[in-house]
Write a protein that binds this ligand. Structure first.
Ligand code: G
Ligand code: MN
Length: 394
């Protein structure tokens, strides 16, 4: 029966506190076992510190009572080893030969009590009671702390979720022209996500929040819904490029013939960024085939910005390849960049992919690109993304 100890420092009610007694003297072990068991504790014994340490690793103890003088590993070594392993079970040390040094060291290592042999029944019970109480208070504090952390995280997620809802409600699409420079005509507009929300105004912030909340499909759906709503206003005879997140490929809504954008699929080119983790998408080839059956065309976005360009390219066999602006930047002053672009252009022509060079900002960049055969251009020089479909700058 678990009768509580008779001293003032009784352990909290509930299951019996577990105490580990460590002593190399079998008589002493037996005596402590008896006293503490009678006081209502669940007692285990160990005749050496190494074995005790192994038992403590399995945790579940509320207090340790350990002799100081033991062969090989003594009580202070045990305390030290426990500290190193971050085992925070309170330890009561018991010693036959008390010295100021060992007492000081014991305190330094965090022993909760230091008892001198022979130990009286009451002293032992009081010390263990105190140790167990210390432990229970600490465990409670840890639980409370972790609950507080969880509550804070929950609160943050809740607020982020509300921010995301608001940002998605305030979503609109900007359109940036993609032109055939040779023909001096707009061939398509790239739809770019924008939001009037003050907390999450940029596409990066919206996508970041959605990733944290595992709500990426909500963003993809909102984008496609907005594009579908805007398509009737897009000038006739032009296509619409829409950016997909790689994970959008796993959203059934994308393949639903009843989804808002599906009605416009033959006019839509879906941009997949080559930086995305395509290898993790299950059944990628079937998914692409389904999209093509719905009428969509596929573009590889940001070509040249990632590492896997060519393998992704071979995997997707895109209708359109968009060369990343990092390759375009300063191309008029960098012959090597121009050679790379020219090589991509040749490769794409052989694979029957149209090439768009993105991020053209200066007339010199434009002319360098035209000189090697690029025709479809996009960038601030030609036209900035906007709410309206302003005439491009040829
Ligand atoms: O990853 P993606 O290629 O979809 O990124 C398009 C982004 O690049 C848009 O946010 C758009 O505003 C921006 N952008 C478009 N044209 C230019 C340009 O000429 N220069 C720069 N620096 N950014 C551009
Ligand atoms: Mn894009």
């Amino acid at each position: 029966m678990n009768t509580p100890p008779q001293t003032g420092e009784s352990p909290a009610p509930g299951p019996a506190a577990r105490v580990l007694v460590v002593d190399d003297d079998p008589m002493q072990l037996r005596a402590f076992h008896k006293i503490l068991s009678r006081a209502g504790y669940d007692v285990e014994t160990s005749d050496n510190a190494t074995a005790a340490l192994a038992l403590l690793n399995g945790d579940g103890f509320d207090a340790v009572v350990s002799d100081v003088a033991m062969p090989e590993m003594d009580g202070l070594d045990l305390l030290n080893a426990m500290k190193e392993r971050e085992l925070s079970v309170p330890v009561v040390l018991v010693t036959g030969g008390a010295t100021v040094e060992t007492a000081a060291r014991a305190v330094e290592l965090g022993a909760v009590r230091y008892l001198i042999k022979p130990v009286s029944l009451n002293d032992l019970r009081s010390a263990v009671g105190h140790a167990v109480l210390t432990r229970r208070v600490e465990v409670k504090r840890n639980v409370v702390d972790s609950l507080k952390v969880a509550a804070r995280e929950l609160d943050l997620r809740q607020r982020l979720g509300e921010d995301l809802d608001r940002a998605l409600a305030a979503l609109w699409m900007a359109f940036q022209p993609i032109v055939s420079y040779r023909e001096r005509r707009v061939v398509a507009y790239e739809a770019l996500m924008r939001s009037d929300d003050p907390v999450l105004p940029s596409p990066g912030q919206i996508v970041g929040a959605a990733e944290r909340l595992a709500r990426l499909p909500d963003v993809g759906r909102a984008v496609r819904r907005n594009v579908a709503a805007a398509i009737p206003t897009v000038p006739n005879g032009t296509d619409v490029f829409v950016n997909l997140h790689a994970l959008d490929l796993e959203d059934d809504d994308l393949y639903d013939p009843e989804a808002p954008l599906s009605a416009f699929a033959p006019r839509v080119v879906l941009e997949l960024t080559e930086c995305a983790p395509f290898e993790t998408i299950k059944g990628l080839q079937e998914r692409l085939a389904t999209l093509r059956r719905l009428g969509y065309r596929i573009a590889v976005d940001d070509l040249g910005a990632g590492y896997a360009s060519l393998s992704v390219f071979a995997q997707l066999l895109p209708n359109v390849a968009k060369i990343d602006m990092s390759l375009v930047r300063g191309v008029d002053q960098n012959p090597a960049r121009l050679i790379v672009i020219q090589a991509i252009l040749e490769l794409c022509t052989k694979l029957k992919s149209h090439v768009v060079t993105e991020g053209v900002e200066t007339a010199a960049e434009r002319d360098a690109l035209l000189s090697v055969g690029c025709d479809w251009l996009q960038g601030y020089l030609i036209g900035k993304p906007g709410r309206t479909f302003a005439a491009p700058n040829f």
